[in-house]
Design a binder for this molecule. Sequence first.
Ligand SMILES: C[S@@+](CC[C@H](N)C(=O)[O-])C[C@H]1O[C@@H](n2cnc3c(N)ncnc32)[C@H](O)[C@@H]1O
Length: 378
Amino acid sequence: MTKFKLLATAAMGLESIVADEVKALGFETQNENGKVFFEGDEAAIAKANLWLRTADRVKIIAGEFTATTFDELFEQTKALEWEKFLPVDANFPVQGKSVKSKLYSVPDCQAIVKKAIVERLKKAYHRNSFLDESGARFKIEVSILKDKVQLSIDTSGAGLHKRGYRTGQGEAPLKETLAAALVKLTRWSPDRPFVDPFCGSGTIAIEAAMIGQNIAPGYNREFDSEFWPWMKRKVWDDARLEAEEAADYDQPLDITGTDIDHRLIETAKANAMEAGFAELITFKQRQVKDFTATGESGVIVGNPPYGERIGEIEKIEEMISDMGRVFSAYPTWSVYMLSAAENFEELYGQKATKKRKLFNGFIKTDFYQFWGERPKNT
Ligand SMILES: C[S@@+](CC[C@H](N)C(=O)[O-])C[C@H]1O[C@@H](n2cnc3c(N)ncnc32)[C@H](O)[C@@H]1O
């Protein structure tokens, strides 16, 4: 087994949640510029990909150096032992980004990195002709921040938000990684009721069910690094077996998703079925103003529509007031809403116990938290 410097990438605002998840898997983390680094071997790569719910991707750092000229970028990239990672037939697209750096032309940086790796591999594999790139995929990224170059290889492939259960979606589905982060922020435990009154395609409810039964979010999908020749099949098989054993399918769940749009309820049901929760999550059509629930200390989590047009905003403001009124009948329940409405608390009729800034894609939102009272008999 080899030790790698690994990076779990996170959307803006989710870095500390990703770091907590990496730590919970047993790794020490180092946070730099919103990036979560950790060290691990092949088994760590498999484990992190299978289990991280809130990270975007897991990458191997192939090299780091300073470069202010194209020559420096080329020579230092070529000096890295790419043949340790990439077989002769590797398919290695190169992507890039550059922030506050002398080398600001991203297409040029990508082309130079590509050329340097091609030269390195040709020499290492004694090839004079071109490399046909017909084999496994190794997505390379050249990321430059203040002249510091970081070259990484993506072990995930498709982003980790692709869990493999989404059959359809509404207009503004929440990314699975953000939905999982919202559930984690509520500190919900599976013995408590859970309701998403704006469930849309069911993302939050499905992520809650996976958390509730300790199901690895990546269990039903593939990752690029599974197909790398030096990555032993057994490493992934063992990680999947371990995930299967850790799943608690007997954990009862009381999770409900409701939405005003009955077509989305059908989509949510299809997604839940795909995720293996057809019988475990209740989805039904209902307007938030008709909210009812049973049980104590439940958790209500959702992202109500934000609204962009004037008529829509009025309707949404009325809906937030309705919410405040109907939820006040459940004093032991906690309410968590992700909203872009800056006057949310005013409309809701209560000051939030806590707020947390989060980005939903590029939309700046707050996660408004209204904590419930302790039930009288505890
Ligand atoms: C931003 S989307 C939620 C997306 C969802 N989290 C997902 O991942 O698919 C907002 C949802 O609120 C629903 N909605 C709008 N007005 C509503 C109301 N008055 N009561 C209940 N649901 C409503 C919409 O149909 C839409 O599905």
